[in-house]
Design a protein around this ligand. Structure first.
Ligand code: AP5
Ligand code: MG
Ligand code: ZN
Length: 215
């Protein structure tokens, strides 16, 4: 199963991808997570990506496409994968089509997790993420609180707040999403791959809706 998860910043792509990974045994490929891991290692690519991420802007297409091309060439994707946060621009979507064509593969679904902008701001402002990158579980101080404040339920590591989750950067990310990424909804609709799921409500209910559309 090869799917793309579409949706604004904070729509729950990562939260749902983690659950889907467990159910369908296909890896989550999050370009945002790849950039944050590269930054932690201090690689030139990570440092370059950070300058865009901190402003809420998109990392340039050529960098992102290179990263995804490399990831898709790894041997662990026999059962498929879930792309979380890629593609995010039309050139990225076209590049993905080209990669799939070269590999003789198809996309099965583009799932849009649909959430209104105001809800997104509240979600991101209260998000907490596990520092252990092998875990990376997401929590929310109000909507999905960890059992013990500041500690990951799953692995016991410390939780942190992402640098780009400040109010000003959140607003910029929303603008960028609506301008540069939202056109992909139409792009995948025309290919009859778009599956729209209402992304507001309990996390498990949204998960059930997604499982339904994946069949
Ligand atoms: P990325 O890391 O992909 O961030 P994003 O798209 O802004 O999305 P988020 O990860 O913030 O949100 P999410 O949808 O995963 O939501 P989550 O599950 O965490 O990208 C970061 C940056 O990297 C970009 O700004 C860009 O600079 C760069 N980048 C990445 N990919 C790129 C690309 N392809 N091209 C160019 N640049 C790229 O949930 C959010 C919160 O809500 C959590 O606290 C969660 O607990 C809570 N929550 C989840 N579901 C619910 C629910 N149903 N009800 C209530 N709360 C909920
Ligand atoms: Mg995410
Ligand atoms: Zn954890």
């Amino acid at each position: 199963m090869r799917i793309v998860l579409l949706g604004g910043p904070g729509s729950g792509k990562g939260t749902q991808a983690k659950k889907l990974t467990e159910t369908y045994s296909v890896p989550q490929i999050s370009t945002g997570d790849i950039f944050r891991a590269a930054l932690k290692e201090g690689t030139p690519m990570g440092l370059k990506a950070k300058t865009y991420m901190d402003k809420g802007e998109l990392v340039p297409d050529d960098v992102v496409i290179g990263v995804v091309e490399e990831r898709l060439s790894k041997p662990d994707l026999g059962k498929g994968y879930m792309l979380d946060g890629f593609p995010r621009t039309l050139p990225q979507a076209q590049a993905l089509d080209g990669m799939l064509q070269r590999l003789g593969q198809n996309l099965d679904h583009a799932v849009l997790v649909d959430v209104p902008d105001e809800e997104l701001v509240a979600r991101l402002a209260g998000r907490r993420t596990c520092r252990n990158s092998d875990c990376g579980a997401m929590f929310h101080v109000m909507f999905n609180a960890p059992k013990k404040e500041g500690i990951c339920d799953k692995c016991g590591s410390e939780l942190y707040q992402r640098d780009d989750d400040s109010e000003a950067t959140i607003r910029e990310r929303l603008k960028v999403y609506n301008k540069q990424t939202a056109p992909l909804i139409d792009f995948y609709d025309k290919k009859t791959l778009l599956r729209r799921v209402a992304g507001v409500g309990p996390i498990d209910e949204i998960f059930n809706q997604i499982k339904k559309v994946l069949g």
